[in-house]
Design a protein. Sequence first.
Length: 216
Amino acid sequence: MIAPLILDGEWLRETKSLHVFDLLEIDGADLRNLPFQQRQRQLAKTLAVAQLPNLAAVRTEYLREGKAALLEKINAHNLEGIVLKAVTSPYRVGRQPDQFKFKFTAVSSFVITGLNQKQSVSLGAYDARGTLVNCGDVKIRSSRFKVREGMIIDVEYSHAFSSSNLIYQPRMDKIATTFNPKPARFAATIQRHGNHRRLNRLSGESKWHSVQFGQA
């Protein structure tokens, strides 16, 4: 038996387990004001004793080499991103000045295949065989964008699923003005972007650690 716990984590349907980011309370004792690194040590000890197959601590790195390896793994496995925190920070809800959240995203060009309600449009892209496939919907983020069927827009998203061709967490970027809608071009337009310079600088500082979203 282990003491009653309050954890901060995320349930993943794919693994049917709770991936734990932080330990907030144990047996009624509030740990929120303790430094992050101390809370992580207690979390590791608690989960080691618990031996529960559906609880897993999210991977955390403190040294430059480990952070670099973690970033490579996240990118290679198409995971969501990381959080950087000061190792001395208490637990706080919401955005904090000593935390930095970075999500890996991609941008691709899509054909508008239909106009929906509430400023939403259906998206399509050509696969490797030159067939126009459905990729889901996206909301047009401003009424100043005048769109129509057949127009090409750039969309930012977190994941693209090969089994369904659908994109996850789409956000319209802009209307494409120089794109030539040929099948080969659609297949080659995905690219990473983001504030990599700042990310690399922060990941090398000893007072920061990186936390992986999703699977450890």
